[in-house]
Design a protein. Structure first.
Length: 190
């Protein structure tokens, strides 16, 4: 079993107890040290369709996750005696959307889907559920605005488009704040 697999096994339950989800864990060499990168996110309700924005993790929540991960690493011999740097963060806006929970988390954002047939569709993600997504497609040239549904098996690739002038949506978190939170890891040296 790899160090990443053992790390995932050790971290999932303590993070879940804090309503956090382990998105990724990686250990990479960096000179005489190793860098342990852990990405966490908030657990979202997957029982119904998501039609509203999900707030990003706050820096306080990332700090809490850092304390949990650090405690697990201190209480186990997972990292051995070699020094390491711990980085805990939330997934950034550049994370590919590959699981239903990724789409649910990004309702309200502009996304581009590459469909299995090769077609690319860009629109505002307005709904995500267990089966697929709904996009609001803006008018383009002579093509009128409309809606497009896509089932997850139809989607080959999906990504969030960064918007600097996002339309005013009172239900959505401030994108500038959300993206800033998602990209600033907390770091500890051990």
């Amino acid at each position: 079993m790899s160090i990443e697999d053992r790390l995932v096994d050790a971290l999932q339950a303590p993070l879940a107890a804090a309503d956090l989800l382990l998105e990724d864990a990686a250990v990479t060499p960096a000179g005489k040290r190793r860098v342990v990168r852990v990405a966490v996110d908030r657990v979202v309700d997957e029982s119904d369709a998501t039609t509203g924005a999900t707030p990003p993790l706050t820096l306080d929540e990332v700090a809490d996750a850092t304390r949990i991960v650090s405690g697990v690493l201190d209480d186990t011999d997972l990292m051995g005696e070699a020094p390491y740097v711990l980085e805990v963060t939330s997934p950034g806006v550049d994370r590919p959307l590959s699981l239903p929970r990724h789409f649910r988390r990004n309702v309200g954002r502009l996304v581009t889907l590459t469909l299995a047939a090769g077609e690319k569709v860009t629109g505002r993600l307005v709904r995500a559920d267990a089966n697929g997504v709904t996009l609001d497609i803006p008018a383009e040239g002579k093509k009128p605005a409309g809606r497009r549904d896509a089932a997850y098996p139809e989607i080959d690739k999906a990504s969030v488009q960064v918007e600097f002038n996002r339309p005013n949506d009172p239900a959505a978190p401030d994108v500038a704040d959300a993206d800033a939170d998602a990209t600033e890891p907390t770091t500890e040296e051990h």
